[in-house]
Design a protein around this ligand. Structure first.
Ligand code: ZN
Length: 305
């Protein structure tokens, strides 16, 4: 199975601490590297966890609260100073373009690589990026300011093959590679070998969705259709439900309820308020409702399933 992984760069809400940085996820899928959110210190986290900074092709920014984007100008500046030449595409709220322009202009900073900004403007789920390997959707969340969630969907580039049949027909390793990519070929005796006749069971498509920051709301059920692994913020536990409502955030229980309704395989919760010393309670609270839940730590890596 192809690599489809999520590295957690930051799991703290609002304020970074020594152990928990602000929001950032590094997602790899079919050789595309996507950074979702870029809180302060994200470039250091990328280094700490040995992730390839210069191979990030796409950056998605959910909203303009500082803990989700203050690291972006610094990261772009570093990419340029380190000699980056390949382009990067940034998707985020429209105002972000001006913010970056002011910062770079004031410091007479020039990015030495092609940089494209795509403002997101949506009131429902829609595609913002698609190539041969992945598809990215954005959808609106419900928070104090305009905020977007994202879904990253893999595209199968290789077919699984029926091993028994391959052996039966004496298909060589080289020929197997061709079939796995969806190619047909002709044998010396003139017979055609077609990948369709050798295709094994279809693997389900994996989709990773990212919901931070948001309070629970009904349309999310629709936006998360097809999601298999969900990251959902859990800034508070139920003991602070009132505070969660006031600040347009979710509790661990809210996240778990959403996971249950969406029928996903794995729930990751993060964006924990610094008022909590221990994170264990978040996981316990969520698991009462949805068992396959992980309360994330910085540096954790999960396979999307
Ligand atoms: Zn926020």
């Amino acid at each position: 199975m192809n690599n489809f992984s999520v590295h957690i760069l930051g799991s703290s809400a609002a304020i970074p601490s020594v152990n928990r940085s602000c929001s950032g996820h590094f997602v790899s899928c079919n050789n595309r590297n996507i950074l979702i959110d870029c809180g302060e210190g994200t470039q250091l986290q990328l280094r700490r966890f040995n992730l390839p900074i210069q191979r990030i092709n796409t950056i998605l920014i959910s909203h303009l609260h500082g803990d989700h984007f203050y690291g972006l100008p610094g990261l772009l500046g570093t990419m340029s100073l380190l000699g980056r030449t390949s382009g990067i595409e940034v998707f985020g709220p429209a105002e972000l373009e001006n913010i970056l322009e002011v910062i770079f202009k004031s410091g007479q900073t020039r990015l030495n690589f092609p940089f494209t900004f795509h403002p997101i403007d949506c009131t429902a789920k829609h595609i913002i990026f698609e190539d041969a390997g992945i598809k990215i959707h954005a959808f609106p969340l419900r928070h104090r300011i305009t905020t977007f969630g994202f879904s990253i969907e893999e595209k199968h580039q290789r077919f699984s093959l029926d091993k028994k049949k391959l052996e039966e027909f004496n298909i060589s390793n080289e020929q197997r590679k061709l079939l796995a990519r969806g190619g047909d070929f002709q044998r010396i005796d003139g017979t055609w070998i077609r990948y369709n006749d050798f295709a094994g069971p279809k693997r389900p498509v994996r989709v990773y969705s990212y919901c931070s920051d948001t309070m629970p709301f009904q349309a999310l059920d629709e936006y998360l259709q097809g999601t298999t692994t969900l990251y959902h913020e859990a800034t508070f536990m139920q003991d602070q439900k009132k505070r969660a409502v006031e600040t347009f955030h979710s509790t661990a229980e809210d996240a778990a309820q959403q996971a249950l309704r969406s029928g996903i395989n794995l729930l990751l919760i993060g964006h924990f308020s610094s008022r909590y010393q221990e994170i264990e309670g978040f996981e316990n609270e969520a698991r009462q409702i949805f068992v396959p839940t992980s309360a994330v730590k910085d540096g954790d890596c999960f396979q999307v399933r």
